[in-house]
Design a protein around this ligand. Structure first.
Ligand code: UD1
Ligand code: CA
Length: 495
């Protein structure tokens, strides 16, 4: 039977053991390697998800260095994962022994994976189990042919049969010429595994208990050992240092972008676009260069995002446009416009066809349908109903140095430019605020608040006090008429 046929009704395996006790010293990090993130999720997340795809009766992560933070992160990921402690890193074979010790009596199959191979998919593991079963193997190893096998264990074959795995450091020149490498990912029948582990020695170049020796001893006992060669060598690549972290991150991102493009999203420059795994995009979304979508961000149909925009946990409605914007924990309504150069802080909710414009910062601001905050404003702790217009340079003064207070601007209200709304203050529906006002008292519905000093003009001051200046010269040459554009604007406003 072929792997594909079996894959469909694959019964669960008994256990998945994820090896993750290594220190990750080459990361030169103060935290566990497994907590480093790729496309918004930890490496631990990926290894646990791939293992969980097999629906195992037990999923155990072998932890060592940084165990507490790994255990804490596991608690956030899944309740059904257990951990086993490997105090000292005595080798991959010893690590599996520690994992098995946690599981007690067990029959059936055990899958072994690593915590630091983030591109390994659940599908590949399912295929590996399918091959294991179809060929009635006692051990099946995932392998790949790579151009540069340096450092990896090599698969030693006798024709189709796998007869052993030899570590790079223990290999002869001839064996180092083998390009089929051990991914370190296996399925074992539990008896084969237990028997092999009981026989392990440390008689090798690294003085470690090699899990790979289980493969050779199984073959020598006459147990059937097989391999699944994957074409997708990325799925076997581990992360040991930050260079590999960047390489794997780039590949993960490339795969995510490809998936979205096949779903009908236009990505103008995949090289400068980054999308976390939990992001959701609708059809005909356009992502312009320099777009970074993080967390659980969702973008509605036909919306245009970017250039140069980063959104973290933001919900963007269909048909909206978000240009050169930095936003987090915000909601942008359908058909709304944001940017350029807007800063949407948590709690921002912009209604349908609303606008947050250039150099506007919003925080905890609920802005109604068709309402606009178009220019140079700070809008915090604000409730704006529908059809509100906030003039350029308006500041919602929400903080008195001790308390934060809210401001309400009712439906259809109009706030003139360069106003300060001193919270808590209520501007009722249809009210007007004159430009340059410092509003400290509520404005009733339909009222006009003017809260500024009256203009005082000293006639002839420049000619008297700045004689001979360019300004005085211009004043003296002027015939007293008003600029025609202003005159026309006034006459139109009278009509
Ligand atoms: C191992 C394999 C090698 C394979 C390579 C693939 C052995 C002896 N060699 O080599 O054939 O090509 O992986 O990447 O198995 N770990 C523990 N406890 C330990 C040692 C390791 O939990 O005592 C974990 C590490 O955290 C890591 C994984 O096992 O996730 C692999 O360990 P590593 O030291 O990287 O193995 P390699 O020497 O690279
Ligand atoms: Ca490794």
């Amino acid at each position: 039977m072929s792997a594909e046929n079996l894959e469909n009704d694959l019964g669960p395996v008994s256990a998945v053991i994820v090896l993750a006790a290594g220190g990750g010293s080459r990361m030169k990090s103060s935290k566990s390697k497994l907590l480093h993130e790729i496309s918004g999720k930890t490496m631990l997340h990926y290894s646990v998800s791939a293992g969980a795809a097999l629906d195992p009766a037990h999923l155990v992560v072998v932890v060592g260095k940084y165990r507490n933070e790994v255990i804490e992160e596991l608690g956030q990921l899944s309740a059904s994962v257990t951990t086993a402690l490997q105090e000292e890193q005595l080798g991959t074979g010893h690590a599996v022994l520690c994992g098995l010790a946690e599981l007690g009596d067990l029959t059936g199959e055990v899958v072994v994976t690593y915590g630091d191979v983030p591109l390994l998919s659940g599908d590949t593991l399912r295929q590996l189990v399918a091959v294991h079963r179809a060929n009635r193997n006692c051990a099946t190893v995932l392998t790949a042919h790579v151009a540069d096998p340096t450092g990896y264990g090599r698969i030693v074959r006798d024709g189709e049969r796998v007869v052993g795995i030899i570590e790079h450091r223990d290999a002869t020149e001839e064996e180092r010429g083998i390009t089929e490498i051990n991914s370190g990912i296996y399925v074992f029948d539990v008896e084969t595994l237990r028997t092999g582990l009981a026989e392990l020695s440390t008689d090798n170049a690294q003085g470690e208990q090699y899990l790979t020796d289980v493969v050779q001893s199984a073959h020598e006992r006459g147990d059937r050992v097989g391999a699944l060669i994957t074409d997708d060598i990325w799925q076997t690549e581990g992360v040991n240092d930050r260079i590999q972290l960047a390489r794997i991150s780039a590949e993960m991102n490339r795969r995510l972008l490809d998936t979205w493009m096949l779903e009908g999203v236009t990505i103008v420059d995949p090289g400068s676009t980054f999308i976390d795994v939990d992001v959701d995009l609708a059809r005909d979304v356009v992502l312009m260069p320099g777009t970074i979508l993080q967390g659980a961000t969702t973008i509605g149909e036909g919306a245009i995002i970017g250039p140069d925009t980063s959104l973290m946990n933001v919900e963007v409605g269909a048909g909206a446009e978000v240009v050169r914007t930095h936003g987090s924990f915000a909601i942008i309504g359908e058909g709304a416009h944001v940017g350029p150069f807007s800063y949407l802080r948590p709690g921002t909710q912009l209604g349908r066809d609303g606008k947050i414009g250039a150099f506007v910062e919003t925080k905890n601001a609920v802005i109604g349908d068709r309402s606009k905050v178009p220019h140079l404003a700070y809008c915090g702790d604000a409730i704006l109903d529908e059809d509100v217009n906030i003039g350029a340079g308006t500041i919602f003064a929400n903080y008195d140095g001790v308390h934060k207070s809210p401001t309400h601007v009712g439906k259809g209200a109009f706030v003139g430019s360069n106003s300060v709304l001193v919270a808590p203050v209520d501007i009722a529906p249809g009210a007007f605020v004159a430009a340059g006002s410092a509003v400290t008292e509520d404005v009733p519905a339909g009222g006009l608040a003017i809260a500024r000093g009256r203009q005082h003009t000293a006639e002839g001051w420049v000619v008297k006090r700045r004689p001979g200046s360019k300004s005085a010269e211009a004043a003296l040459g002027h015939d007293g008429t008003i600029h025609p554009a202003i005159a026309e604007s006034r006459s139109q406003q009278k009509d």
